[in-house]
Design a protein around this ligand. Structure first.
Ligand SMILES: Cc1cc2nc3c(=O)[nH]c(=O)nc-3n(C[C@H](O)[C@H](O)[C@H](O)COP(=O)(O)OP(=O)(O)OC[C@H]3O[C@@H](n4cnc5c(N)ncnc54)[C@H](O)[C@@H]3O)c2cc1C
Length: 480
């Protein structure tokens, strides 16, 4: 264990969890290779406005069974988020604001769609979109004088919101049955990091000093930034696995734990691994999917004017949507809404998903701002001030991510594959020695798409190596 050379590709949540657990278990030769110039991956907290913002993961989802919550619950690091995402206003493209009474009924029917309320998912062969559509219209109260057009507009927006939770471009590509694989940890789903950002969790894992932002704790000198891996020759040659970086440098290892995102695997696996990955490993890479979820951050000079508004969502009337689709601003259809942010009184955070998000990523900041300004003018009865600072994310365009988080697609079902196949290590056939291991959110069977899933996957692969070496020790003792 002291001499085994372990190289971890990626210093996101999974890589950091694996590395810290290995070091704590007695391994000494642990190196993280990270393509970006920072650690954290899809956990990326940066200073912005009055505090920090999280460009990626933002909330600790749930308490019971959530390893992150278990780690931080007694350390005063997380707190509940206000009801921004429950009490938001619904505004139509003719500036009409839906009454609270109508919105409450629609939201209550919609929130009952989530899986804990839906045992019928188990036997449903189709997509989550088809399933939810049937259930939504079945459950909408018939007695109330409901404007079906408005209900339709609301549901269109709500489907986008659900897609953003699943990390899918739209719900019609998500497997309904596959959804049951995801376990929601009981408790608050939106615990925020008290203005310190999700990054504080990773710093806790590293045992970094709180008063020194540059300190990497037990990972000091073990992370190499700007080190993009190009190829891993994972079958040992003279006892070595060979890792080649993009600058041509070669690094030798006994074990590799690969934590790159599903998006990176999809794009690069054919060049990244020599020999090529076996079909059993390509299947989950092809079948599982990850869509694009992006954020906008707008900092205003003063606190958001409509201070009793927790946020607002855009409900498109058919005729306005048709017009929008024929304009250069067509991508605004993917914008879900804007919401307030805890510990950030002068900030609004917007969300955009799917192919529209990917198009947005190609535009300049001023093109985006102009379009958003147009959107506000179209929907809102009040004038939105010009932001003093603006930021948008580009999770798809960045070659080190190529998307946001994974889900069970319909094609995953077709291929009869899933995370368990992605998580299986490639081992030496004779000795059973793990050569190439896989960690990362997409490899978690039940907590995929989350940071707690990524952390557990890193620990899982660290344990695999500990078990392997302890097994070797026992075998040697028995021979002795
Ligand atoms: C917008 C957004 C919002 C989210 N919100 C939440 C949330 O609220 N709560 C939650 O729990 N989760 C959320 N998530 C999901 C969560 O961020 C991820 O599940 C988790 O951070 C993934 O960690 P990981 O270690 O598996 O992968 P990553 O964080 O992607 O780490 C992989 C690392 O590998 C590096 N890498 C890639 N290719 C190479 C290469 N060739 N060589 C070297 N290094 C490479 C990358 O730069 C990256 O640092 C969100 C994600 C996004 C994008």
């Amino acid at each position: 264990m002291e001499s085994a050379r372990i190289v971890i590709i990626g210093a996101g949540a999974a890589g950091i969890a694996a590395a810290t657990r290995l070091l704590q278990s007695g391994f000494e030769n642990v190196l993280l290779l990270e393509a970006e110039n920072r650690f954290g991956g899809r956990v990326h907290s940066i200073p912005f406005a009055d505090n920090v913002v999280d460009l990626g993961a933002q909330w600790c989802h749930g308490e019971k069974g959530n390893v992150i919550y278990e780690l931080v619950k007694d350390l005063d690091m997380v707190q509940p988020t206000s009801t921004f995402y429950d009490d938001y206003k619904c505004v139509r493209s003719n500036k009409e604001i839906l009454s609270n009474a109508a919105t409450d009924v629609l939201k209550s029917v919609a929130s009952n769609l989530t899986m804990s309320h839906q045992p019928g998912l188990k036997d449903f062969e189709g997509s989550l979109g088809t399933y939810y559509t049937e259930v939504f219209w079945r459950n909408l109260p018939q007695t109330q004088a409901f404007d079906k057009t408005v209900a339709c507009e609301f549901f269109d927006n709500y489907k986008k919101m659900l897609s953003s939770m699943d990390g899918a471009d739209h719900l019609f590509e998500v497997s309904a049955r596959g959804q049951l694989e995801y376990w929601e940890c009981e408790g608050d789903q939106q615990l925020n990091w008290k203005g310190k950002g999700f990054r504080s969790l990773l710093r806790l894992l590293m045992q970094a000093r709180k008063d020194d932002v540059a300190d990497l704790g037990i990972l000091d000198d073990r992370i190499r930034y700007n080190s993009r891996v190009q190829n891993i020759a994972w079958r040992e040659v003279n006892g070595d696995i060979r890792i080649r970086l993009w600058n041509g440098e070669l690094i030798e290892a006994d074990h590799v734990i690969c934590t790159v995102s599903l998006g990176v695997l999809k794009e690069t696996h054919q060049q990244m691994f020599t020999p090529a990955l076996p079909p059993a490993k390509c299947r989950p890479i092809d079948g599982l999917k990850l869509g694009t979820v992006d954020k906008f951050f707008m900092e205003f000079e003063e606190p958001f004017e409509q201070s009793d508004w927790p946020g607002f969502c855009f409900l498109w009337r058919d005729e306005d949507l048709l017009e929008l689709r024929n304009s250069v601003n067509f991508w605004l259809e993917g914008v879900i809404g804007f919401f307030r942010v805890t510990c950030q009184p002068r900030l609004l955070q917007g969300w955009i998903i799917g192919s529209h998000a990917r198009h947005m990523e190609t535009l300049t900041q001023s093109e985006i701002l102009n379009a958003l300004q147009w959107l506000f003018e179209k929907f809102l009865t009040f004038e939105m001030p010009k932001p003093v600072k603006f930021l948008r994310t580009q999770w798809f365009s960045n070659p080190n991510f190529r998307g946001s988080y994974s889900f069970r697609s319909m094609y995953t079902e077709e291929l009869r594959t899933g995370s368990a196949d992605l998580a299986k290590p490639l081992t030496d056939e004779r000795s059973g020695k793990p050569l190439l291991q896989f960690a990362g959110e997409a490899t978690h069977t039940n907590y995929y798409s989350t940071v707690h899933g990524a952390v557990e996957s890193g620990w899982r692969e660290a344990k695999r190596l500990t078990d392997y070496y302890l097994g070797e020790v026992v075998a040697n003792l028995e021979i002795g």
